[in-house]
Design a protein around this ligand. Structure first.
Ligand SMILES: [Ca+2]
Ligand SMILES: [Ca+2]
Length: 483
């Protein structure tokens, strides 16, 4: 009888603990680079008051990096807690459930669901929409209003891809997909009355192209006084041929095209305006949380899946292993997180999974490749033993520490940048024998597992043959690659 009583008390305590666990508000932003107030990157004029406020409430990781500079592989890595090199998912396909050895993996939100959480989501969490094991109640999806005509007047060298566009249109904010996503999240937060804690995913699409904004946001960045990112002429003279291959024949135009067609400034303006618009939607969601009964018992994490170039290294877009592609906002706030903290250690989006598991008191999960950031959330000066690693297709990796960025391409070519003294990555030090020991030390972190693309991949892989490199069956001509 006495043992039964003890057992019942223990069970009761266990149930109480589950109910007391913090909620999670999981905010994803698409293609948002480090042009935000709390970081900022090479454009310090981004107007993001809501992210600034969130940063003041918690800890900002100022040196956080994606594991892949593209939507699907980055998000798969975040949600499964493993590297692209361990899944073989490097491109916009496959969906991991279609890969035999991955289909049974338990993604982040499903792990929370297994441990008593109610999961719900809207917008872009995984690539292509919510998907997965979220409970969905009338979720809005898609990107909202799509203007029918193109703004980019001249075709880019790769033609006018329907997504690669930017500018202001005569539509209303309330009709935009991200506005609807935020409205749905606000409603859920206002109405939530379940006993179990929630895990709510809110995924925003902007500033992913097309960067369409209404006039209000456009006007926040006056054309005549808006600074442009500082780029170095001929910066690519010291980057290996392979860095060009990776970015060859993508729809996003190069800087040379943007300048020639007077589209550089409009693109920068539209991107910044989109950032401010999406920041406002983040603000609407956080405001709803603050007005809800869950204000004090909810962990907020905000992240972007990868960055975006707007001129640096002579390109626009993602798909590179440089800072503008890999560095992302990563902010945590809520119970267990100190306020106004800034952590400069190199960290990975891969760390989100184990961090949330620990913060919420769930049992540790086997097989995750990231490391919990809870020590840094309690004390942002806590050192970390691991660098951040980003991979782009098999064989191409970059290792980022507080001091260095080292890149190793599939053909063996390398780049090395001193990120403290050369944060723009202008001077490639890899060819200087003085840095051989530095390179060797960083190279130790290159992924030991480096899988070929998973079956069904829509990937970008260059095949090495005896007479050179091939892409989609055609020999890559270096003369065509270099701009
Ligand atoms: Ca993306
Ligand atoms: Ca250079």
């Amino acid at each position: 009888m006495r043992w039964l009583l003890i057992l019942l008390v223990a069970m009761g305590a266990s149930v109480a603990r589950a109910a007391d666990r913090p909620n999670v508000l999981f905010i994803a932003i698409d293609d948002l680079n480090d042009w935000v107030g709390p970081l900022p990157g090479d454009h310090p004029h981004a107007i993001t008051p809501n992210m600034d406020r969130l940063a003041a409430r918690g800890v900002t990781f100022t040196n956080a990096h994606c594991q892949a500079p593209l939507c699907n592989p980055s998000r798969t890595s975040i949600m499964l807690g493993v590297r692209p090199t361990s899944t073989g998912i490097y491109g916009l396909a496959p969906w991991f459930r279609n890969v035999e050895n991955l289909k049974d993996r338990v993604p982040l939100q499903a792990y929370f669901k297994q441990h008593g959480y109610f999961t719900l989501a809207t917008g872009k969490i995984f690539h292509g929409g919510v998907m997965g094991e979220f409970d969905i109640n009338g979720k809005p999806r898609g990107v909202g209003v799509k203007p029918k005509h193109k703004l980019v007047k001249d075709p880019t060298p790769e033609g006018n891809h329907p997504l690669v566009d930017w500018g202001t249109f005569d539509h209303e904010d309330k009709d935009k997909g991200d506005y609807r996503v935020a409205s749905w999240a606000r409603q859920q937060l206002a109405e939530y009355d379940r006993d179990e804690p929630f895990f709510m995913g809110v995924g925003f699409f902007l500033p992913h192209v097309p960067c369409y904004v209404t006039q209000k946001w456009w006007d926040m960045y006056p054309d005549d006084s808006l600074p442009m990112p500082i780029v170095k002429d001929n910066d690519r003279a010291d980057t290996p041929m392979f860095s060009w291959y990776l970015h060859w024949r993508l729809p996003e135009p190069r800087l040379s095209w943007l300048k020639q067609h007077h589209e550089w400034r409009p693109l920068v303006r539209a991107y910044l305006a989109s950032v401010s618009f999406v920041d406002a939607q983040v603000g609407r969601v956080v405001e709803a949380l603050e007005k809800s009964p869950y204000a004090d018992n909810t962990i907020i994490v905000l992240w972007s899946d990868h960055g975006w170039h707007l001129g640096s290294k002579g390109i626009s877009g993602k798909n590179s292993l440089w800072e503008r592609s890999t560095r992302v906002p990563l902010i945590f706030a809520g119970p267990g997180v100190v306020k106004s903290g800034r952590c400069t250690e190199a960290v990975e989006l891969l760390d989100i999974y184990p961090t949330l598991v620990e913060l919420c008191g769930l049992p540790a999960k086997d097989g995750l490749e990231g490391h919990s950031l809870v020590p840094q959330l309690k004390d942002p000066s806590t050192e970390r033993a691991w660098p951040a690693i980003t991979s782009h297709n098999q064989g191409n990796h970059t290792i980022r520490t507080e001091k260095w960025r080292y890149i190793h391409y599939a053909d063996g070519s390398e780049e090395l940048y001193d990120m403290v003294n050369d944060p723009q990555e202008w001077k490639n030090l890899a060819g200087d024998a003085k840095y051989d020991a530095v390179k060797a030390e960083l190279a130790k972190y290159l992924p030991k597992v480096d899988l070929p693309p998973a079956p069904g991949s829509a990937h970008r892989v260059l095949e090495k043959k005896a007479d050179g490199w091939y892409w989609e069956g055609k020999k890559v001509d270096p003369d065509l690659v270099v701009d």
